[in-house]
Design a protein around this ligand. Sequence first.
Ligand code: SF4
Length: 243
Amino acid sequence: MQRRKFDPRNPKYIRGIYNYCDAWCKKCPFTSRCLTYDMEKGNDLVLLEVDLDAREAVLADIEDQGFMEDTEASHIEDKYGFSPAIKSEEFEQYPSAIAASEYADQAGEWLRGWYTRVEAKALMDGTLHDYTSESVPDAVQTIGWYHLQIYVKIMRALRGQQEAMEFGTLKNMPNDSDGSAKVALIGIDNSLEAITRLAKEDPADKHELLLLSRQLKHLKTEVEATFPNARAFVRPGFDNTLN
Ligand code: SF4
């Protein structure tokens, strides 16, 4: 079968839009203007949107392989929205990295519990238990979508900040670490909103959700202190006026 060719110079594409998005293509208003979407649609990126196990498996697989060459790492980041190369011990000790890692663990545990309960109920009811986007509440999807991505984006931001301190930044170029931190902050904001909404919809889980909310608020404070200019970063397409 002949592969389709994509021209990155096509003016319909917003240059670099995929660098500072949350990779949730199903909810993105810019699919028709995104080169990555055109190249990946129908492939893993889309499937990973609703399959938490697949996302976790991919991340575990990447972590098992340890540090990779930049080219390989960037390929994985393009494909899955996160990069394995940023997981270095040096940055893992930063307060925001520790807080993000702890939140990812706790949220992952809560999500596994949620899915187990739903699956058990579905088996008892004899109802179909498929986890398509329609059958999973939007708030649960949101928590699932961001719980790992927040950590990954913070690690990328920390590495970028370190590189900028060591090697400087290019004149008139946006600061990549602020862009990554902004994506992490958006993930935190969206997750906090989802947790608040879910706590109202599903009071049985209120205590666990409150703990997750506290962790996220602490994480938000850390990220905003470490990257004070992140909120002002202008993401291509999302934050600026389009033609
Ligand atoms: S900008 Fe990001 S979320 Fe939007 S279509 Fe492209 S890859 Fe998907």
